[in-house]
Design a protein around this ligand. Structure first.
Ligand code: NAP
Length: 463
């Protein structure tokens, strides 16, 4: 039997439900908090009080790494999910069920079994603050979710057992989804695999679908990368292409098959906002575009990881003088990243009005393409499609490049664009679109699964 791991905040019923599952499935129940206490011979409040939370987390990490991999039910401490190393161990060959409950219910349950506070706040506020802080981690820890607010532990146990037998999408929903996917442009081998998973003999109720949503998106590298990561970390997921001109259709199918998440690409990054329930602060308030949707516990949450993909390779260039070429969707994320790094930014665009609109949003300069030569920037970021296959043009002439410049081309097909080639010939420092792609995909994987993939591993898988 695959290991079943219960995650969730204190008071959501992990221990009681875990014990019920253990007796129904006739396998042991292990509680990570109990293991910490056994291993140290001390109580958790005592470890927190005398050694601090960091020490507790370190012991907990060792405990999680030593858990058996099969035939066991694991109940986890409420904060276990915040550590990517724990998530890597807990997710391996396991089914994770996130238990959740409303605030009042959790408060009522915690009042019955008092525990030392984790913050100096009154209990209700402490629960709200901690749940809010950890919410993204909890969602990333969920293969399946169960609301235990109005459910007895016995009934919750029955529901989990039923879930393990049938999964979430009904046969009818899987058939409808299959009709959608087979009209797309998924290559024959992955299409056959998807058919087997959805409606064929290889159907496993625990396998969940996710993918890239766009039109067109058949060229996307995401399925290759994410499926390799899914294999590497032993996850029961399959990543595919949700390619359709109608976002409505894509979102209907994603919800019908209980998709884990979507990586959203052209042309839906703005439109998808109206289909989701919540949106993170960077994506919504500033960038106005979502490239990642995580579905969990009946909620769809939108994030933007593009800006992090631009920001990460540039952290050593804080305060630089930068020119951003282009004023479209990706340029908005790039502008946000450059401003976040306190750069002096000028946006240049084919249609200057669009540069002006974007610049006014971020409080930076803007201008015409011709203004490039007088600016003499330290950094140039290309956020136009110029140079993207089959286009062989470069947004800048060779004589406009200086050896002292860093040139970052966000275009990643081909891996070495005409702009990057010219910049390398000039002796410039260069950053490629693949660097951005890798960083933004790393962030996406973390949002989906709570696992931090080393950059080198991402690079190996994609190049
Ligand atoms: P978009 O919203 O369509 O914006 C395109 C921008 O480029 C606009 O400002 C447009 O100017 C300008 N532009 C288009 N054609 C041009 C031309 N022939 N000459 C000069 N300027 C031109 O596209 P996007 O979503 O921002 O994507 C831009 C590029 O980013 C894509 O082609 C893709 O290669 C790259 N990208 C990379 C990653 C990654 O992970 N590395 C992720 C996403 C996208 P106007 O305002 O005048 O129309």
């Amino acid at each position: 039997m695959k290991r079943i791991v219960l995650t969730g905040f204190r008071g959501t019923g992990k221990t009681e439900i875990g014990k019920i599952l253990s007796s129904r499935l006739n396998v042991p129940f292990i509680d990570t908090d109990d293991l910490v206490e056994t291993k140290t011979g001390r109580s958790i409040p005592d470890i927190f009080h005398y050694d601090g939370e960091e020490r507790f987390r370190s012991i907990e990490r060792d405990v999680v790494a030593s858990l058996p991999l099969a035939d066991v039910i694991v109940g986890t401490g409420g904060g276990v999910v915040t550590d990517p190393e724990n998530m890597e161990h807990l997710r391996r060959d396991s089914t994770l069920v996130l238990l959740f409950a409303d605030l009042d219910t959790i408060e009522k349950r915690l009042l019955q079994k008092p525990r030392p506070p984790l913050t100096g706040l009154p209990l209700h506020e402490e629960i709200a603050a901690m749940m809010d802080r950890r919410r993204q981690n909890y969602y990333a820890s969920a293969d399946f979710c169960l609301d235990t607010s109005e459910t007895s532990p016995a009934l919750a146990g029955e529901r989990i057992l039923a879930l393990l037998k049938t999964g979430v999408p009904l046969e009818e929903q899987r058939k409808t989804a299959w009709a959608f996917f087979k009209t797309g442009r998924i290559p024959p081998i992955p299409l056959k695999k998807l058919e087997d998973i959805l409606v064929g003999t290889a159907h496993n109720p625990m396998t969940r679908i996710m993918g890239v949503a766009g039109y067109p998106c058949a060229h996307s590298l995401s399925p290759k990368l994410f499926n390799a990561l899914i294999d590497r970390y032993h996850l029961d997921y399959h990543y595919t292409w949700f390619e359709d001109p109608e976002l409505d259709e894509i979102m209907d199918v994603a919800r019908a098959i209980d998709a884990k998440g979507l990586s959203v690409t052209i042309p839906f990054k703005k439109d998808v906002i109206e289909y989701i329930d919540e949106i993170d602060e960077h994506a919504a308030q500033q960038i106005g575009a979502v490239n990642t949707v995580v579905f969990s516990c009946g909620t769809a949450i939108g994030y933007n990881t593009d800006w992090l993909g631009v920001r990460k390779p540039l952290v050593s260039m804080k305060g630089a003088k930068a020119v951003l070429l282009g004023a479209g969707g990706v340029a908005a994320g790039a502008a946000y990243a450059l401003i976040d790094l306190a750069m002096d930014v000028t946006i240049l665009n084919r249609t200057p009005k669009n540069a002006q609109i974007l610049a006014e949003r971020f409080g930076c300069r803007w201008g015409n393409w011709e203004d490039f030569d007088r600016i003499r920037p330290d950094l140039v970021v290309n956020a136009t499609p110029l140079g993207m296959q089959p286009d062989t043009r470069s947004p800048l002439r060779e004589d406009q490049l200086q050896k002292s410049m860093t040139v970052f081309d966000l275009v990643y097909t081909p891996p070495v664009t005409p702009l990057i080639e010219a910049a390398r010939a000039k002796g410039c420092n260069t950053i490629t679109g693949s660097d951005m792609f890798i960083e933004q995909a790393r962030e996406q994987f973390y949002l989906y699964f709570g696992i931090d993939v080393p950059v080198e591993n991402m690079r190996e898988l994609i190049l």
